[in-house]
Design a protein around this ligand. Sequence first.
Ligand code: A3D
Length: 310
Amino acid sequence: MKKPVTAIIGAGQVGATAAQRLIEKNISNVVLFDIVEGLAEGKALDLMEAAPVEGHNREVKGTTRYEDIAGADVVVVTAGMPRKPGMSREDLLVLNAKIVKSVCENIKKFAPNSIVITVTNPLDIMTDLAAKLLGFPKSRVFGMAGVLDSARMRYFISLALGVEPHRVSSIVLGGHGDLMVPVTSQMLCDGKPVTLSEADRKAIIERTQNGGAEIVKLLKTGSAFYAPASSVAQMVDAVLNDKPAPLPVCAHCKGEYGVQDMYCGVVAKLGKEGIKEIIQLPLTPDEQRMLKESVEKVGAGIREVAAMAF
Ligand code: A3D
């Protein structure tokens, strides 16, 4: 039986760490691509030299040749520039739109049957752009943000409760930006509803919304990559192995939450064909209002890109 292959475009912090997660968790083989000569090859070799110690049988191939992504089951797009301190996700718009365009042309040519998971920021806008450029069924193109944002929220809730992070579940909906919607009405610990003080609840919303910026500020160069890479790996695993548990992802909506023909962070079941089903959660009026604002902001960004020549 053919071993599943994930192609990762961009061998930077997120791409290379995602490759590490995928092989060390035994999820798939990886083709790691970058335009910088030697970068993907060097990181792939380094990762493979860890295989005897880590004890896995997966392979990573580093390359600068797009031909090598042929036959990939999943393509993860992490090519792009990360945010620098003081830089908004929107500042990245033009820069990353050009990169996503060239990446999509090659995915279309060399991996036309793949499932595409975008990571490049600004996430929702780049996912919409990728879907339009690729022309694949929209169910086969979606973005990673919700798993990461929800993981950050889960961690912050666990700190407030003083419990292990894995016992907490929670969801973040909407765009991957300052207006994302941490759904505090659905927080659970060991499957039971969590009640927090109003001050804690507000602090968790704020810290989650600023989760990416908090790390950018600390690192000073570059942005988060360990948790983003874990989130990518969980999504690839859900796709390749038809995992039944729904995940928060940036998916194409056809009326869910009133969002028409647009990409937005929602909860969805993933599988070999991509997005299998979007699941709508009951939201409080406040959460519905926040989601509407978040969606409007993403819509403005999408229109901005549509009007751009790049
Ligand atoms: P970084 O470590 O700079 O890696 C980006 C890589 O892309 C570099 O190795 C570049 O050489 C490569 N690259 C640039 N142009 C091309 C191209 N045309 N084709 C192929 N490769 C190219 O960045 P990073 O890994 O930290 O972040 C990558 C992207 O993911 C950025 O846009 C980040 O903002 C974004 N990101 C998103 C999230 C989300 O939650 C959505 C989280 C973390 C990072």
